[in-house]
Ligand binder design. Structure first.
Ligand code: BGC
Length: 726
């Protein structure tokens, strides 16, 4: 449909019809205009798959069979693959199933920066580095949108904690905003061509992000040229006039009095009562409708042939399995304990409740009604077949403690109450305290049982970590400690069996200090999707060589985090991001703070040598000046594998305060045993810029820059230097 035809449509719409298009008329849909062939606009969560369907105006699971879907690895898992092609494939799968389910927009991906490891939604996001996030979000969005479904990149912006998420007022410097918190969104818009952006619940500089003129009108539309739809987070609108004027296109919420939404009847009344200039108001409403119709048009909702979607063919399963495989991070492997040799193991003990737990149904709006979910225990059992006796002991007792999104009794789903909650850090009620007491008693019994079984097993694998009681929407963790008495259990197991393989399934960093020195083999897996259990088994038994790298620093403890040391977390009504640009490794590196595992870290069963970094400034590329960086990489071990080569840039004589170094290029390189390859990567001008708060723009200072070839943020293997000017 041409732009002229869209304008004609707008001209035929009544004010009421237009207003009906810009607010929810169901929890996940707007109203269409049947007489003009405009369909309703249907959305669905979310990052890990297409969420189950609810009744239109009640938070009741429709409970039918037609909304089972693929459960994808969570976004932090996806980021841990450092594989752009997998991000594209995962986005494609999500988009395809969203279409199969008849959706127009998928409320994903989540890309807020991990400012604190305690943020309950870290698992839905892509880690702590704006460059890594940008590189992963672009192919993901493109994958979704190739299926005639809009992505809705969320939550714009600075939604970095769940504590008081609905109202907390973020105070952040313009520089940190531009360098750390916005680049992922900018890339999604400018390079990924995202058709949707979701405003965040919180405030920025005193104004709610869902109707923030600076964020929506000035930066998103004017600067980045966004032509898609801005959607509020559910219940994120607080003011009709601001929503009208400040760039919000579609208001969604969790309550069923749809006509009472800010951009529904109150908007019409405001015009009738002349509380706003009528001409301006009508022009603004037209603009919102125009954005919506433009996207509908691009998705072929108004005419043309639209993709039908579909799901779960053989290829989809391979994508899910491969993503899970490549996300798993080998953190320690002293004495080459891993991979385990299945031929030598007649009796295997698997300890830990996460071995036997399915995670798809939890986490808040990221919950998934999965077609299936292979647990680690099932994966291990299936891999070893009938040749090994697999004994399972839970080891600790997990009685769900504080999941505020679990069924509450008052409503079918916690989302109904989500606007009334005091989103503090994990709230411990009287009932929860009693549960915890019961849990402690049970833990002791389970622990003894596991220790006894460890004595006569040929190998012991522990699978613990977190659950969606902790990695969840609506609350942060109160500390980084492992719950359910796991520290004690792991320490005791390691005493009985020093070769115990410790495996953690979680969506965010945990404090391992109680037993880290004693553990020889340590594997970190995420909520890795429905094929996650088999992928983990393949890694443990060497069918797959691990190649995941951390997308975020694992600090020793939550107290070391820059948000706490230099800034504020969780703050009060306000939270000051006093650490500025020093987020994640930018802080640990620059201020020389030891961490448990650095950003970008991940081991392999083979060895890689990277040398010979050389760089050349290229004067006349289409984008201006750029730098060509080359190096050689060899797989010197005895099996095929992949290494993520990372290039960090360090300004040798910075004129303003800068981080010691910043990631500016990476590539995941697959090599056969003994293979050597020359790799070339390009650094564009952006790799050398910083945000200058005086001129309010990105700037390059001419001078010497070090280019660091690294295996992770701590392990630099080679360095070269260039002179770069604008
Ligand atoms: C979440 C969003 C989600 C929306 C719709 C909100 O509570 O913050 O991420 O897309 O609900 O379920």
């Amino acid at each position: 449909m041409t732009k002229e035809k869209i304008e004609k449509l707008i001209a035929q719409l009544t004010l009421q019809e237009k207003v009906d298009m810009i607010h929810g008329n169901g929890f996940f849909t707007t109203k269409g205009v049947e007489r003009l062939g405009i369909p309703p606009f249907k959305t669905s969560d979310g990052p890990r798959g297409v969420r189950k369907d609810f009744e239109n105006d009640a938070w009741k699971d429709i409970g039918l069979s037609y909304d089972y879907v693929s459960y994808l690895p969570c976004n932090s898992a996806l980021a841990a693959t450092w594989n752009r092609a997998l991000a594209h494939a995962a986005g494609g799968l999500l988009g395809k199933e969203a279409r199969g389910r008849g959706k127009d927009m998928i409320l994903a991906p989540g890309i807020n920066i991990m400012r604190t490891p305690l943020c309950g939604r870290s698992f839905e996001y892509m880690g702590e580095d704006p460059y890594l996030v940008s590189e992963m979000v672009v192919p993901f969005v493109q994958g979704v949108e190739e299926n005639d479904v809009a992505a809705c990149v969320k939550h714009y912006a600075v939604n970095n904690q769940e504590t008081r998420r609905l109202d907390v007022d973020v105070d952040v410097s313009e520089r940190a905003l531009r360098e750390i918190y916005l680049p992922g969104f900018e890339a999604a818009v400018r390079k990924g061509n995202a058709k949707g952006i979701m405003g965040a619940y919180n405030k920025l500089g005193g104004t709610h992000c869902c109707h923030h003129d600076g964020l929506l009108n000035q930066i998103l539309r004017k600067e980045w040229g966004f032509e898609g739809i801005t959607v509020s987070d559910w219940g994120g609108v607080h003011d009709t006039k601001e929503a009208l004027m400040n760039g919000l296109d579609m208001e969604m919420s969790v309550t069923s009095d749809f006509d009472a939404y800010y951009m529904a009847d109150p908007l019409i009344r405001m015009i009738e009562n002349k509380e706003v200039d009528k001409k301006t108001a009508l022009a603004k409403i037209d603009e919102k409708v125009r954005h919506i119709l433009n996207v509908m048009n691009l998705l072929h909702m108004l005419d043309g042939e639209r993709s039908a979607g579909g799901y779960n063919d053989y290829n989809d399963k391979a994508i899910l399995r491969q993503t899970a495989r490549e996300s798993i991070v080998l953190l320690k492997n002293d004495k080459g304990i891993l991979p385990l040799d299945r031929k030598k193991i007649k009796k295997l003990l698997v300890v830990g409740e996460n071995a036997n737990r399915q995670h798809a149904p939890g986490g808040g709006s990221a919950e998934i009604k999965a077609l299936y979910e292979i647990t680690p225990l099932l994966g291990i059992q299936m891999l070893l077949g009938g040749n090994t006796e697999v004994v399972y002991k839970p080891g600790y007792y997990n009685e769900d403690v504080g999941n505020i999104w679990a069924n509450t009794g008052d409503s079918e789903n916690g989302q109904a109450d989500s606007l009334n909650q005091d989103n503090g850090t994990a709230q411990v009620s009287q009932g929860a305290l009693e549960k915890q007491k019961r849990q402690q008693e049970m833990n002791e019994k389970y622990l003894q049982d596991a220790l006894l079984a460890a004595g006569d097993a040929d190998a012991v694998i522990f699978v613990g970590g977190l659950t969606h009681d902790y990695d969840t929407e609506g609350q942060d963790r109160s500390d980084m400690k492992l719950p359910y008495g796991q520290d004690r259990l792991i320490s005791e197991l390691l005493k009985v069996r020093p070769d115990t393989v410790v495996t953690l399934v979680a969506g965010s960093p945990v404090d391992m200090s109680a037993w880290l020195d004693d553990a020889k083999a340590l594997v970190y897996s995420w909520y890795a999707g429905m094929e996650g259990g088999i992928a983990l088994a393949e890694v443990l038994f060497g069918e797959v060589n691990p190649s995941g790298h951390l997308p975020e620093t694992f600090p020793v403890s939550g107290k070391d985090c820059p948000a706490v040391v230099l800034g504020e977390y969780p703050g009060g009504d306000k939270v000051s991001y006093g650490e500025g640009i020093y987020v994640g490794y930018r802080y640990y590196d620059t201020f020389d703070v030891s961490v448990a595992f650095p950003f970008g870290y991940g081991l392999s069963y083979t060895d890689f040598v990277m040398t010979g970094i050389r760089a050349e400034v290229i004067e006349d590329t289409a984008q201006g000046k750029s730098v060509k960086v080359s190096f050689d990489i060899s797989n010197t071990g005895s099996r095929a594998g992949a290494q993520v080569a990372q290039i960090y840039v360090a300004d040798k004589y910075p004129k303003v305060k800068k981080a010691a170094k910043e990631l500016k290029a990476f590539e995941k390189i697959y090599l056969e045993a003994g293979e050597t390859r020359e790799v070339t990567l390009m650094l564009e001008r952006e790799a050398f810029t910083y945000f200058d708060e005086e001129s309010h723009s990105f700037k390059v200072d001419a001078g010497s820059y070090m280019l660091l070839l690294a295996k992770n943020a701590e392990e630099i293997v080679d360095v070269t230097e260039i002179e770069f000017s604008v």
